[in-house]
Design a protein around this ligand. Structure first.
Ligand code: ATP
Ligand code: MG
Length: 577
């Protein structure tokens, strides 16, 4: 493809709204263009890379035995009402009505729609197992769309759904997808890590996220270098540290003037922070209307509250839970900001971290300004309505598997695999009949890859100050031939000859024949990030060209034929990823 004929729109300036390298570079190199917040168009280069990622995904999904279909993005509300999600999905769902006022949404995900199609077609165990997938546009009206393709409101996802007779079958389907995902991300050139992930209120060890390691990532993972443990921070289990036995003292209300934080209280009372209880004030909104209910969450003073664990324990949609309005909560429950504790609080659910079970001689707020209690004993002085692990596992905390201190890293969630069980098949009556004519709900799994997000994640991991450095497998073109002087007939003829020879070998070539200074073309070449650059310049008359890799290494002067075979060999070695 001649660059002079391409719809190419590279930018010199950093677009104002872009903060992270992938967003800046994909805009600057003309891969994507913003339409409105969180909604992007893919320009020719971006579209080529996107299609290559899709092709890798497709190959690995097909190899794993999944079958591709294509569903509509428009989904009728009735199916979501059947599964019970229409009411709980929240403001992320784009809801629309047709001319007859029938409700639809633009699909954020497709569990209901796949379940529906399978329940209509499958009746017998003989038709299982089954794995169906699609590569399709998804819509989520994200609260904070940002970082370009990373968190957009319209994005491309590969979503797959497996249908099995039983848990054992699901385990097999899940493993196949897990392995296929590892191959996909490896082939895309990502440095990634599969980690245990949150599986919502269902709980259990039912999900993994594939995380591309990156400082700009929005996910945090915790892992152990001594054993295999790796999980998202949201999910990571935290083993309780048991208090050593001690004699219970009497409950005493003590003056603690001006000590609003747990650290300040402990310092003032000369108490060990492990002997203190931190209280967090939260509210749960109703799905409709202004009413809220209050929740007091308790963790040990030196721990942090894990919001995901709390939301799972409350078993309500995440978007309904937020920090409480302190004054309003105070008027209902008697709590006092900075001095809140479980003793004497009313009209509010108390949920306690399991580590506090049976704790004695603790310090906590007295629900009175400038006062705390000491000698607080769980069970004797207060009781929680619910007791679960609510702690956030942080760097240095003990590994839940082996006890060694864990480490943390940031990453981008590029995919997730999930064992759904009968979460959808049961309410939606997706049944199969076994050998004995008995009906059972189909056991399901769901598996997502953020195809467009993957493109951004690759750029995050593969760039330098000058631009993108595409891995061969997903580069929009393999070779960029730069003609130093576009109006020089000798240079032009040699460049076109190289182009033809490479194309005959199946290599994808961009030929920069624009009437621009060489410097401009080199800058664009670096920005766009084509893996191999062949420059045809002054020595064209002698049949000599310059050969250079975008990833680094020296520039070489080669005979044109040698440059062709060298480029073709590298492309063939790396194009599959
Ligand atoms: P996140 O936690 O980042 O919001 P999610 O867990 O809600 O993502 P899934 O429902 O698991 O996302 O969707 C499958 C995949 O789709 C994700 O692993 C991610 O790669 C991608 N994805 C999800 N939301 C977005 C988005 N707003 N923009 C781009 N890709 C997304
Ligand atoms: Mg996810």
């Amino acid at each position: 493809m001649k660059t002079s004929e391409m719809f190419l729109t590279t930018l010199r300036e950093v677009p104002a709204e872009a903060e992270i390298p992938s967003h800046i570079l994909l805009l600057r190199a003309g891969f994507i263009k913003k339409l409105v917040s969180g909604i992007y168009s893919f320009l020719p280069l971006g579209n080529r890379t996107l299609k290559k990622i899709e092709a890798i995904v497709r190959e690995e999904m097909d190899a794993a035995g999944a079958q591709e279909i294509l569903m509509s993005a428009l989904q009728p509300a009735e199916l979501w009402q059947e599964s019970g999600r229409w009411g709980v999905y929240g403001p992320e769902m784009w809801r629309i009505k047709d001319r007859n006022q029938r409700e639809f949404c633009l699909g954020p995900t497709h569990e209901e729609i796949f379940t529906d199609i399978v329940r209509q077609a499958v009746s017998s165990y003989r038709q299982l197992p089954l794995n169906l997938y699609q590569i399709q546009t998804k819509y989520r009206d994200e609260a904070r769309p940002r970082f370009g393709l990373m968190r957009s409101r319209e994005f491309i996802m590969k979503d797959a759904y497996s249908f099995d007779r039983d848990e054992a079958g699901l385990d097999v389907s899940y493993k196949k997808m897990y392995d296929a995902y590892s191959k996909v991300f490896t082939r895309c050139g990502l440095n990634f890590r599969p980690v245990e992930a949150d599986s919502g209120a269902i709980g259990g060890n039912n999900s993994h996220e594939f995380t591309a390691l990156s400082e700009v990532g929005e996910s945090e993972i915790v892992y152990c270098s001594e054993c295999d443990f790796a999980a998202t921070s949201e999910r990571a289990e935290f083993k309780d540290e048991k208090q050593l036995p001690e004699t219970a003292a009497a409950l005493e209300k003590v003056s603690t003037p001006g000590t609003k934080t747990i650290e300040a209280v402990c310092k003032y009372l000369e108490a060990d922070i492990k002997h203190s209880i931190k209280a967090l004030l939260l509210q749960v909104a109703e799905e409709e209307g202004d009413k809220v209910s209050y929740v007091l969450a308790l963790v040990r003073g030196d721990r942090q509250l894990n919001m995901t664990k709390l939301v799972n324990a409350l078993d309500v949609p995440e978007y309904l839970v937020s920090m409480a309005d302190e004054e309003k909560m105070s008027s209902v429950t008697g709590c006092v900001g900075g001095f809140t504790g479980p003793i004497g609080i009313h009209d509010c659910m108390v949920i306690m971290d399991s580590e506090l079970s049976g704790s004695v001689n603790m310090v906590c707020g007295a629900n009175e300004k400038d006062f705390h209690y000491t000698g607080v004993c769980e069970g004797r002085d207060f009781k929680a309505d619910k007791v679960v692990d609510l702690k956030l596992l942080q760097a240095g905390d003990p590994c839940p598997c082996c006890g060694k201190p864990v480490k943390t890293a940031r990453g981008i969630e590029v995919g997730q695999v999930f064992k759904l069980g009968t979460k959808y098949s049961e309410p939606m009556n997706c049944l199969y009949r076994d050998e004995n004519q008995v009906d059972h709900p189909v056991v399901m799994g769901c598996y997502g890859i953020g195809v467009s997000r993957t493109m951004a994640a690759v750029v995050e991991q593969h760039h330098d100050d000058n631009g993108i450095i595409w891995p061969m497998s997903i580069a929009p073109y393999h070779v960029d031939i730069v003609i130093a002087k576009a109006d020089d007939p000798v240079q032009k003829a040699l460049a076109e000859d190289i182009e033809n020879k490479l194309e005959a070998l199946g290599v994808e070539v961009m030929l920069d024949d624009r009437d621009e200074r060489p410097g401009v073309k080199f800058k664009d070449a670096d920005l766009i990030g084509i893996p191999i650059r062949i420059t045809v310049g002054k020595k064209a008359g002698e049949g000599i060209v310059e050969y250079k890799l975008r990833r680094g290494g020296d520039m070489e002067e080669l005979e044109a034929a040698e440059a062709v075979s060298k480029a073709a060999a590298l492309v063939n070695a790396e194009r599959r990823g």
